[in-house]
Write a protein that binds this ligand. Structure first.
Ligand SMILES: Cc1cc2nc3c(=O)[nH]c(=O)nc-3n(C[C@H](O)[C@H](O)[C@H](O)COP(=O)(O)OP(=O)(O)OC[C@H]3O[C@@H](n4cnc5c(N)ncnc54)[C@H](O)[C@@H]3O)c2cc1C
Length: 509
């Protein structure tokens, strides 16, 4: 049996929701993965009379496609979709069987209207929590549009292919055999990337807002909900709704919730925001802010939105080390998310740049997967908490280099090493390795504001205790401000403060 009893019980309930017959076309060989895949397929077929199985020759072995009877949908799983991809398999079965997907009707119509051939391939690992969103979005597109196909490929089952294509981060997506993108992508983001997203004309006729929030992380969501609850016209412009929380695995300090996961928290935030009829303009990047009669916000797509007040909550992003090789080898050995990309470096040698809490946590995490971890810390001592340092030093396959400055990430077509300067002796050393994880903190997303708003020398927006900036009517909240600590709950609190501050401003002016 490939599925344990608990999963089987859950699965049985889901399979009852199937609305029509589904044909699994299976391409199997004599290898172990093929054997397990056949076991899975047989188990599925034994659990629902709607699931039929047929032998076939598909481009990859082992793989199976999920089809309607008499019509291929284009959805293929190469490898075994268990682990984080099990949900992707269940959703594919349900959607191919005819069950309506849970997506916005607007988005569904958009997918259906796509013309031209789109053949997607996504490389994933079963332990990657960012991958299922991409797999499920592409599967959904395949279900809805006969010109779109998608194959999910488990990197662990297709090692040679992954090596040949130099894939060093998951998910990595190819479109029509050309690199398309990597990292978490929502359906809307994929649509925007293939050029079917909304354009400026959709925004040009919008009435001025009372409160316009820029940024859709916890700070922005909280600000928008607090504002909308005052019964005033509220909008959110977000480059990517959810913000950093989308990239967060386990969250254990969101008070009153003992444990949750980033994407789950983002789904709740979205649901809460939508409950108030807030105008959410997702996948839109703000590029300029100007105070006139209204505060005017220009978007990357050229549209200009007007509002009586604006709350800036654009958060922060991973800090780059800024050495030669970092940009060049991004996703070719340079990575930022140990949880996502760690498994791709199984048995290989990696470095972690940064000896703070996130760097040391990453090193501990990676040490369990890779053959060796080198930690590089600029200062003479690690900055991580003592418990983490104790754990790190107890590991046999970790080397800690302190008082060193990263000089260069070296490589040809992918990373092959890292050079650093010993700050005491000024000698340059080189370590041969295959991966570098950069873990040196965050920078606020405020560059686009230029000189319009007062910021600290780190680029953080300066706010007072009402969340107000130096420009009347412009407020700010969360990680993009000079708040002492950067946490979800703190961002939400400051979002609430900024919204109440903005409301106060509105009733006085
Ligand atoms: C890997 C990781 C793990 C973490 N774990 C935890 C944890 O366990 N507990 C905890 O409390 N905190 C954790 N944090 C910190 C927490 O995620 C942040 O403090 C929090 O998300 C900050 O919220 P925010 O709304 O201020 O900004 P963000 O979450 O960064 O959101 C910013 C928003 O602004 C948008 N944006 C940016 N620029 C523009 C622009 N020009 N135009 C339009 N939109 C824009 C972004 O797309 C996004 O929607 C973690 C962070 C990371 C990276």
């Amino acid at each position: 049996m490939i599925l344990d009893a608990d999963i089987k019980a859950q699965l049985a309930q889901y399979l009852q929701l199937m609305e029509g017959d589904v044909l699994l076309k299976v391409s199997a060989g004599a290898d172990d993965v093929s054997r397990d895949m056949l076991a899975l397929v047989d188990e599925l077929a034994s659990m629902s009379s709607h699931i039929k199985v047929e032998q076939a020759e598909l481009p990859r072995t082992p793989s199976f496609s999920v089809n309607r009877i008499g019509e291929d949908t284009g959805i293929t799983f190469a490898g075994i979709p268990l682990g984080h991809e099990f949900t992707s398999l269940v959703l594919a079965l349900l959607q191919v069987s005819g069950r309506a997907p849970k997506a916005d009707q607007k988005v569904i119509d958009q997918v259906k209207s796509i013309k031209g051939e789109y053949h997607f391939e996504s490389y994933i690992s079963l332990s990657c929590h960012n991958c299922p969103d991409v797999v499920q979005a592409l599967n959904l597109m395949s279900v809805l549009n006969p010109n779109i196909t998608h194959t999910m490929i488990d990197g662990a089952a297709f090692k040679e292919e992954v090596e040949r294509k130099d894939i060093m981060a998951v998910p990595t997506v190819f479109l029509n055999a050309e690199p398309f993108g990597s990292g978490r992508m929502t359906l809307e983001e994929i649509l925007a990337k293939i050029g079917t997203g909304p354009d400026a004309s959709e925004f040009s006729d919008k009435e001025p807002f009372d409160v316009l929030v820029v940024g859709g992380g916890p700070a922005g969501a909280s600000a928008a909900i607090y504002a909308a609850r005052k019964g005033i016209r509220t909008g959110i412009v977000a480059e990517r709704f959810g913000g950093q929380v989308m990239d967060t695995m386990g969250i254990e300090n969101f008070i009153s919730v003992k444990y949750t996961e980033g994407p789950k928290l983002v789904a709740s935030l979205e649901e809460h925001v939508k409950d108030y009829g807030i105008d959410v303009m997702n996948l839109q990047r703000a590029k300029r802010l100007e105070k006139k009669d209204f505060v005017e916000l220009e978007l990357e797509n050229g549209a200009v939105l007007k509002s009586k007040t604006v709350i800036l909550s654009t958060g922060a992003r991973w800090r780059n080390v800024g050495v030669p090789g970092e940009a060049e080898f991004k996703n070719k050995g340079v990575a930022y998310c140990p949880h996502c990309d760690g498994p791709l470096f199984a048995g290989k040698r990696v470095a972690v740049i940064g000896g703070g809490n996130s760097g040391v946590e990453a090193a501990i995490d990676l040490a369990g997967i890779v053959s060796h971890v080198t930690v590089l810390e600029f200062m003479p001592e690690l900055k991580a908490d003592a418990v983490l340092q104790d754990r790190l030093y107890s590991l046999p396959n970790v080397t800690v280099l302190k008082n060193v400055q990263t000089k260069e990430i070296t490589g040809t077509d992918k990373v092959n090493g890292i050079s650093y300067i010993d700050r005491a002796t000024e000698e340059v050393h080189h370590v041969e390795l295959e991966g570098v994880f950069v873990q040196i903190g965050l920078v606020p997303n405020t560059d686009w504001l230029g000189e319009t708003i007062e910021r600290t020398r780190f680029g953080e927006i300066v706010v007072d205790r009402h969340g107000a900036t130096n420009i009347p009517g412009v407020f700010a909240a969360g990680d993009c401000t000079n708040s002492a600590y950067k946490q979800i709950i703190i961002s939400m609190g400051s979002g609430a403060t900024a919204a109440l501050g903005a409301f106060d401003y509105l009733i006085r002016n």
